[in-house]
Write a protein that binds this ligand. Structure first.
Ligand code: DLL
Length: 433
């Protein structure tokens, strides 16, 4: 019998051999246990034994969010209910949440992956981890919680909300690691400033931020204001939750994807054809070890590129680039594709404005209009109207130069854009109302 031995620094050919064995096992399981997959594979005339190499992955059917919805609530589960010990659900903003299930072994692997995530971020058992991801159906809170315990660190299960109280805990309990969304990290910095708290003077050393898009500019801002190393973590509930990939503290250059449990592909979202490493496209993931909720070629809608070159930290598992946005939150403004993160990276370069913004999309006749509302900082807000107008025009011009699309920039008062304690809402699309 071949034993599955894995290390994050193993040669890629050994890793690929492990992936193939696991892929063959998962395809066999779903074919026999999930009627949806048996139907899809029969339609394509694919049998489990046709999967002989990793390239044969392309023979398998894709899975989309809609397929999970069509089998609502439990139709895609591959284990009987008596083996399922937990259910989470995705935070979809439209319609019903999609439930995802875990067996005891799934939770065990998830905890291990989250411990590996925290270790990659430089955390260790002596750390105190302030976990401000929401606890509940959302996977963030409990995912980090079990990972921190598995690592042997001390976890403070703060969850979201009660910002001022959180700041008190950050001062008094002396956590060394903080985990929350990047927008909440900035909000903590802002409220802390009002309370006269010297964040860089606290014990915080590392922050593991994700669950929503953010930019390099935002990283710099958070690192300076909170006085820590800010690392990016990616995951999604359908696949497991947080802990699909994370940046390492050594390089901060791409998110290491845990390829021993997740088999990634990048496809062109229009043609569905695979794209070579380095090209940006939609991330597609096949789960290799999930028992209760295995997914073949799940279309995440998230846009990124893969890099298989070894990292300076020594890990040989591939890296994905910071997400460029989602193929479904791409705005098309007068024919130009615009991602909120592109606007954010322009705004973050401009002195005098705060990293809080919202995009308002509306339609006048056949024309889409994009208004970018950006907060100015206190000092700039007291400037003369003329200066503010010049600043708005400057940002407008930079967006036009960078994205080739004309937008209207509206500068708004400090603290007037709603803050979020979970995922920030960046786009308000009035066309759908
Ligand atoms: O957000 C899981 C998670 C929790 C990840 C805590 C990281 C930290 P969902 O609620 O299902 O799960 O949302 C998943 O959020 O498809 C991406 O579009 C987006 N997302 C997650 N991480 C990042 C990131 C959790 N680092 C969806 N950068 C995903 C950009 C992210 N977007």
């Amino acid at each position: 019998m071949i034993r599955d031995v894995f290390s994050e620094t193993m040669p890629r050919e050994d890793l690929e051999a492990l992936q193939l064995r696991r892929l063959q096992a998962v395809v066999e399981r779903v074919y026999h246990l999930v009627p949806f997959y048996r139907r899809r594979m029969d339609e394509l005339e694919i049998k489990p034994e046709h999967i002989r190499t990793l390239e044969d992955l392309e023979l398998l059917p894709f899975t989309a969010k809609q397929d999970i919805r069509d089998n609502y609530p439990y139709g895609m589960f591959a284990t009987p209910m008596d083996q399922i010990v937990r259910i989470h659900a995705s935070s979809g903003t439209t319609g019903k949440p999609t439930p995802v299930a875990y067996t005891a072994r799934d939770l065990d692997i998830w905890s291990e992956l989250m411990a590996r995530t925290l270790a990659a971020a430089g955390a260790h058992r002596a750390d105190i981890i302030h976990n401000a991801y929401g606890y509940g159906l959302f996977t963030g809170g409990l995912g980090f919680h079990y990972g921190a315990e598995r690592l042997g660190a001390t976890v403070i299960p703060v969850s979201g909300g009660q910002t001022r109280r959180q700041i008190m805990l950050l001062q008094d309990f002396g956590p060394t690691v903080i985990t929350c969304t990047p927008s909440f990290a900035l909000y903590l910095a802002e409220v802390g400033q009002e309370m006269g708290v010297d964040f860089p003077g606290l014990k915080l050393r590392v922050g593991v931020f994700g669950a929503e898009p953010w930019t390099e500019g935002m990283r710099t801002e958070i690192e300076n204001r909170l006085g820590l190393d800010a690392l990016d973590i990616y995951g999604l509930s359908e696949i497991m939750g947080p802990g699909v990939s994370v940046e390492c503290i050594e390089a901060k250059n791409g998110l290491h994807l845990f390829e021993d449990h997740f088999l990634p592909e990048i496809i062109d979202p229009a043609t569905l054809n695979p794209l070579p490493p380095g090209e940006i496209g939609e991330l597609v993931i096949t789960t290799l070890t999930r028992e209760a909720f295995p997914l073949l070629r799940y279309r995440t809608r998230d846009l990124t590129a893969l890099n298989k070159a070894p990292c300076q930290c020594g890990r040989t598992i591939c890296r994905m680039s910071r997400l460029r946005g989602r193929s479904d939150d791409m705005l098309i403004i007068r024919g130009v594709n615009v991602f909120p993160s592109q606007i954010e990276s322009v705004i973050m370069e401009v002195p005098g404005v705060a990293p809080h913004y919202q995009l308002i999309v509306s339609r006048e006749g056949q024309l889409d209009n994009l208004e970018v509302q950006v907060e100015v900082d206190e000092a700039t807000f007291s400037d003369e109207v003329k200066q503010l107008q010049a600043l708005a025009q400057k940002i407008q011009k930079q967006i036009k130069d960078y994205l080739t699309v004309s937008v209207k920039v509206k500068l708004v008062e400090p603290r007037s854009i709603p803050r979020s304690e979970g995922k920030a809402k960046r786009v308000i699309d009035l066309r759908q109302q």
